[in-house]
Design a protein around this ligand. Sequence first.
Ligand code: ADP
Ligand code: MG
Length: 709
Amino acid sequence: MPNFYFSSMNANFLQTPIAYLKGVGPNRAETLQSELGIQTFQDLLNLFPNRYIDKTQYYKITQLQRSSADVQILGKIVHIKTVEQKKGKRLVASFIDETGEMELVWFRGQKWIRENLKLNTPYVIFGKCNWYNGQFSMPHPEMELLTEHEQGLKIAMQPVYPSTEKLSNKGITNRAINKLMQQLFMETKGRFSETLSPALLHELKLLPKSEAMFNIHFPKNQELLAKAQFRLKFEELFYIQLQLLSKKMQRKQKIKGYTFDQVGELFNDFYAHHLPFELTDAQKRVIKEIRSDLGSNAQMNRLLQGDVGSGKTIVAVMIMLLAIDNGFQACLMAPTEILANQHYNGIKELLQGSHVTCALLTGSVKKSARRPIHEQLENGELQILIGTHALLEDKVQYKNLGLAIVDEQHRFGVAQRSKLWHKNEIPPHVLVMTATPIPRTLAMSLYGDLDISVIDELPPGRKAIKTVHRYDSNRLKVFRFIRDEIKKGRQIYIVYPLIQESEAMDYKDLMDGYESIVRDFPLPNYQISIVHGQMKPADKDYEMERFVKGETQIMVATTVIEVGVNVPNASVMIIESAERFGLSQLHQLRGRVGRGADQSYCILMTSHKLSSEAKTRLQTMVATNDGFEIAEVDLRLRGPGNLMGTQQSGVLNLKIADIVKDNDILKTARYYAIKLLKEDPGLEHPDNLIVRHGYGQLVKYKNIWNYIS
Ligand code: ADP
Ligand code: MG
């Protein structure tokens, strides 16, 4: 039975600077710090192996494969020579076992090695083999005399630690790290304070901390290794969830919000008489969730996720009416002028027949038109303000902003969002709407302290978009298809990639494409719009308008149309060089069509040269329309850090767990964190002192919680 309270001296001891560990010293300490971020004994302990090698098995030289991974061979050196080459000398040894012969090669440290190697003495060597000059060679093998090897710690699984070139150049090899780890275990006697409560250990049958630490670094066998990994991954994820959840709890207790306790006339009248369609069940559920937030006296900080076309706008409108019913103002912020315009027009139309006052504020609204907006906002005459970043300017002062809605959140920085907060003493309720589905696993880790509502249902009657992948060589067929669709009265998008770094080239691709389309679809039968980033905003809007009004049949564009544009009559989305787009971008683009009653199509055009990752992306797009499924694949392909493109990924800087692969453990950890906080919110029960202590340590030593909201 481990002693849970063993040595609280232990915790302090583990904060000893790494330079003081025997075998380290100031030089190595500096390298360990700069390369691996290791400053203390604790940090070294928490350097977990990337993988393990089974050293229970010896390979024979004749069994070696050209593709072989790290192998262990028993044999002896029969000859050593120095070979001169253009770039310097190398030391080459002939190494044999009873089946054959191979070479061992050194480029560095030759003098020392030459002096210390023993001829005709059994060695156990270990490393990666190359096939070179008709024979296998192993550069810089790890070597141990068989006699030493037999005396060494008998471990079946050899850990492989993260490494860098600089580390190995400075002699801090995997073996060296392994030695340091052994030293550390000797100095601590391998006894570490327990960090999880007896109840959790018991219920989940977890290995005690000390045993887990030992087996993660010196696994006795596969089974114990697996148990150690589970225990440590669980611990890591559990504490993260505990932090996120208690942060959420604190926010709800501490940050006061306005209480919208009336469901007033505007909301009821709209619901009874002006809804243009019946709400989907998902929309109803989400409105209910938001209403219950607004009815409490805590500030709402909610993320509303809904795939493109799932109908988030109407939800926003109804919530804004609720704010006005309670005597507050509301604002809606969109990332682009086009979108702000579209929201403004759409919302005005929905609010026809009500007396709600509503204005649009974007960068291109003239100064003379701004003044009355500012005034009416300040005296409370204006109830809803819709716009772009312009809403965040200092001049914009509200009488009593009660609700801020942010559309397409991923375009806004955290800083901008928090600016909205500081407009009042009591912060407005914040609803962030996003069409980029965030995989559940990621949402739990990144936004675990936000409330999340999901519209997981499309309005009825939508036909699923048909998606196909076509090669450039089939272009003529695709053009014929476009012609047929235009004949039926439909409109077409053709989108070109525009990636920042190679803008000039992308721009040329776009113009070449445009010219060839103009050639194939000539005036006067065909009208074509073009929109790209290098155009003036006014020209962009003009071209966009023509397409929206149906005056042009084809819209050639770069990804500027990615977000939000609504043209229900457009039924075909052609994406050129589709292999160059990320999954979420492809999905966003596809969402521009399928908004009307007609069958819609998405055609992914590519060359024949495709990476396997690109193939997976294309196959996924063809196989499913489900944004959440696509987001999960994206997460697997790109990893969590890249996916969110965010500095918030500090939370994802995990030491041992992987939120994608360890999804199940994450769920378990979240479940137990919720349960614990429900039973004992202050972690005051004696059983939970350990967790409370662990939580405190985390805050003290890991600075990963200063992110978001
Ligand atoms: P998004 O979630 O992408 O912002 P929108 O709010 O723009 O979606 O809605 C997309 C389209 O679906 C709009 O034309 C809207 O009028 C329509 N719509 C939304 N909800 C429903 C519904 N419950 N029934 C029918 N059509 C709906
Ligand atoms: Mg929208």
